[in-house]
Design a protein around this ligand. Structure first.
Ligand code: CA
Length: 250
């Protein structure tokens, strides 16, 4: 009997030693090594995107005659644990902006998320659908790509200002997002577990299996550079379009 217990204890110790670290380690949020089976590794190497089942990747390309030319395309792939974005930029326009950020200004981007299945509630500027959350961060610093460490903002009532607006519900350094760029391409991950555990002001509190998303791009001084997805100015005078619908691959 005693021998059996010892063997069980030894097996338990072995199991504990082999247990892989999880990506949401609270002592080291967002910076843990991704699991070996992660479909996308955020490393500025993009061949993992080519290896995905293309039917599971949502794509929005810059529309000819849209008001913008800076962002060429966005791709989005979502699994149960993460949402991944892959962005391609116009080389020349990117190079000019990178020159501007040598003064240590950021290269801002916002990730827009509509997660409540409603298309008329939320923020209705800059897309034809109302989105409820934005993740705001910078793609570059000092003329080089940097990891996208985003802050999360929720659309809702602002008591102090007595109006509707964006309320910050998660600060920098949370591990919500991280990214890497190389050349004129950038990849980004959103950790759904970090998002889902935020104590937000309103329901729903989780990103559902099906949701909608888009991206907005800015100059270092917050001048508007591009929206994705977008529309031709003949389809919408401001080039706004519907968000990209994402179905989680489970
Ligand atoms: Ca990669």
């Amino acid at each position: 009997m005693k021998k059996t217990l010892l063997m069980l204890a030894a097996a338990a110790a072995l199991f504990a030693a082999c247990k892989p670290s999880t990506p949401d380690d609270p002592d080291n949020p967002g910076n843990d090594p991704q699991e070996n089976n992660a479909p996308i590794v955020i490393d500025g190497v993009f061949d993992d995107w080519a290896a995905l089942d293309a039917s599971k990747v949502a794509v929005a390309k810059n529309t000819p005659n849209s008001p913008w030319t800076y962002a060429r395309s966005m791709r989005v792939y979502a699994d149960a644990s993460h949402i991944y974005y892959f962005i391609e930029f116009d080389k020349q326009e990117l190079a000019e902006l990178m020159e501007e950020v040598k003064g240590d200004n950021g290269l801002p981007m916002r990730v827009n998320l509509n997660i409540d299945g409603e298309f008329t509630t939320g923020y209705t500027n800059y897309s034809l659908d109302g989105y409820d959350y934005i993740i705001e961060g910078s793609l570059a610093e000092n003329g080089k790509w940097t990891s996208f460490d985003g802050t999360l903002h929720e659309w809702g009532w602002r008591e102090a200002k007595s109006d509707y607006g964006w309320n910050e519900v998660l600060a920098y350094g949370s591990g919500l997002t991280w990214g890497a760029g190389e050349g004129n391409k950038y990849e980004l991950a959103v950790d759904r577990k970090v998002f889902n555990r935020v104590e937000k002001l309103a329901e729903p509190k989780k990103i559902p299996d099906t949701f909608q998303t888009g991206l907005r791009f800015y100059t270092p001084g917050w001048g508007e550079m591009a929206n994705l997805p977008n529309a031709s100015v003949s389809d919408h005078e401001q080039g706004w379009a519907h968000l990209l619908e994402i179905k989680t691959n489970k």
